[in-house]
Design a protein around this ligand. Structure first.
Ligand SMILES: [Cu+2]
Length: 179
């Protein structure tokens, strides 16, 4: 009877907690989340990032009060959103500036988002296959940037996404929230 009670207690312990206990490390997160903020500090929305079973990174991005029109969307190197958001530094480039064989396409690039007159941005996207969860969870983290202008990916014009309108620091979701 006593042995049964112990087995039950073990079974009820979260597997992730057991794993952390055994290895002495925290398992790398498979989900990240962040609040999208304007340069004024106003909160505009949220982003969630999930690594699928095959390693592909999937994003859900929702925000309000975004100027109507197309907006470049990109994952940047540093998880800091201060001032004009230059604190997030450059886009995640993966293996190099010309990774993926295209001068204007980097691992952190996402498709443009299109916002109607209501100012609502709502998109779901897969990241490029070059992007890994490890790039987003390195020591200095990562940030999502919503740019002022549409990106052209070098197809027909110089590729300039314009100013950084909004920014979200991508943080690991605490285990308690994830359940
Ligand atoms: Cu960018």
């Amino acid at each position: 009877m006593r042995r049964f009670a112990l087995a039950l207690a073990l079974a009820m312990t979260a597997p992730s907690a057991l794993l952390a206990q055994e290895t002495g490390t925290t398992p790398s997160p498979t989900s990240l989340a962040g609040d999208i903020v304007a340069a004024t500090g106003d909160q505009l929305g949220s982003v969630s990032v999930t690594e699928l079973a095959n390693g592909v990174v999937h994003l859900i991005i929702q925000a309000t009060d975004i100027p109507p029109g197309p907006h470049g969307m990109r994952l940047h190197e540093v998880g800091t959103c201060e001032g004009d958001f230059s604190s997030a530094e450059g886009p995640i480039t993966g293996s190099g500036a010309d990774d993926l064989g295209a001068e204007n396409l980097h691992a952190g690039d996402l498709p443009n988002a299109y916002v109607e007159d209501d100012g609502v941005l709502s998109m779901e996207a897969f990241a490029l296959p070059d992007l890994t969860m490890a790039m987003l969870t390195d020591d200095d983290g990562a940030a999502l940037i919503i740019h002022a202008d549409r990106r052209d990916f070098g197809l027909t014009s110089p590729d300039d996404a314009g100013a950084r309108l909004a920014c979200a620091v991508l943080d690991a979701i605490p285990a308690a929230e994830e359940n």
